[in-house]
Design a protein around this ligand. Structure first.
Ligand SMILES: [Zn+2]
Length: 371
């Protein structure tokens, strides 16, 4: 082989390597999860609101929400697939079928120097946030999982569920008498207990906003929106020039589905939409942020059966009180959005996020790759 030919071959190979990366890499990722938000939930929001932020997305995928051994999932397994890129069993929080920890996108983010944050309308001990923050064999070990936050390097958490942090003789329900709030303070976290107290502009980069004893009040019964909580988190997380990953959950969309309560579902969707708008506003200004909106599963089999042409007075019916196996959507906007078109298993959402964080990250256990 002549020297010139070898040099030419080298240049060709190098070009292939450089251009093989078929996506743009974002600096920041905002992942919004509407718990229980199947396709018809999105339809209801879009039909009802001409300015629905769902209308702003051009890249849309469909996620198959199975577990490793069941057609229908729960939120623990559903969030685990997104947080780790692996399917597992129901009730498992970021552990595999041998109960070994599954490495999460939050852990990877920290390794890369990014900040991480969680904003939910559920208790912080809820299955969705916990799958991003800790590892545990059961979503019901709430006190235990809250203890494990002491080992989490997360920067910002906003949500409810104060009672799991405090001893039973001090306003909480912990039988072990530990005060996890005091213990977290020694790790450098600041605490805020009402919306009005949350930091506005001032940068305090590690904090918990625990705004209620259990889950947050329904959107219709509180004087702040999930969008405002998202704004607060974004202001602080964006202080990190390396980047951040923020997970926001519209937790109570699922609760409305379980209750077959159409009005509750619509108002929680509207509240979730404020968070999507907040994320899109930030991303547009920033120019280097990927916004992803998805769900862990569908709840209740929601259907729109009648209503006015303008979307007012919709009649909404449910076929069930439980989760269903319907498609959930994946909306993507920003650098890397091109990865999210198509139909794929829920675990692929996690894998695509890993790919965006670190293109060299590899997955094993290919037996988890069931469609
Ligand atoms: Zn549910």
């Amino acid at each position: 082989m002549s020297r010139i030919f070898r040099q030419l071959l080298f240049v060709v190979c190098l070009s292939v390597l450089v251009f093989a990366q078929d996506f743009r890499k974002p600096q920041n990722i905002i992942l919004l999860i509407g718990d229980g938000m199947g396709l018809n939930y999105v339809a209801a929001n879009v039909l009802q609101d001409a300015d629905s932020p769902f209308r702003d997305f051009k890249t849309i995928g469909l996620s198959i929400t199975k577990t490793i051994d069941s057609l229908i999932t729960d939120s623990a397994q559903g969030a685990t697939t997104i947080a780790t890129g692996y399917r597992t069993r129901k009730t498992f929080i970021a552990v595999d079928t041998s109960l070994q920890p599954l490495y999460s996108i939050f852990e990877q983010s920290k390794k890369l120097g990014l900040s991480t944050g969680v904003v939910v309308t559920d208790e912080i001990s809820g299955a969705t946030p916990m799958a991003f923050l800790v590892h545990d064999p059961s979503r019901y070990n709430k006190e235990k999982m809250i203890e494990k936050l002491l080992d989490s390097k997360v920067d910002i958490i906003i949500g409810g569920g104060k009672k799991y942090f405090l001893p039973d003789n001090d306003g909480g329900i912990r039988p072990d008498k530990r005060n996890i709030i005091s213990e977290l303070r020694t790790k450098g976290y600041k605490f805020y207990f009402s919306f009005d107290d949350l930091p506005e502009v001032e940068a305090y980069n590690k904090f918990y906003g625990i705004l209620s004893d259990s889950g947050l009040p329904k959107a219709s019964e509180r004087n702040y929106s999930l969008g405002q909580l998202t704004d607060t988190a974004l202001k602080q997380l964006s202080n990190n020039s390396i980047g951040f990953v923020l997970m926001v959950e519209g937790s109570q969309i699922d609760w409305a589905g379980h209750n077959n309560d159409a009005g509750y579902a619509l108002s929680e969707l509207k509240d979730f939409a404020t968070a999507i708008s907040s994320a899109l506003r930030f991303a547009e200004k920033d120019g280097n942020t990927l916004v992803l909106v998805t769900a862990d599963h569908e709840t209740g089999g929601l259907a729109i059966t009648a209503g006015n042409y303008d979307g007012s007075n919709m009649i909404i019916k449910f076929v069930d009180n439980h989760h269903t196996g319907g498609f959930v959507p994946v909306f993507a906007k920003g650098p890397g959005e091109e990865l999210f078109n198509g139909i794929y298993g829920n675990y692929m959402i996690g894998r695509k996020i890993f790919k965006l964080l670190d293109p060299t990250h590899r997955f094993n256990q290919s037996d988890y790759l069931t469609r």
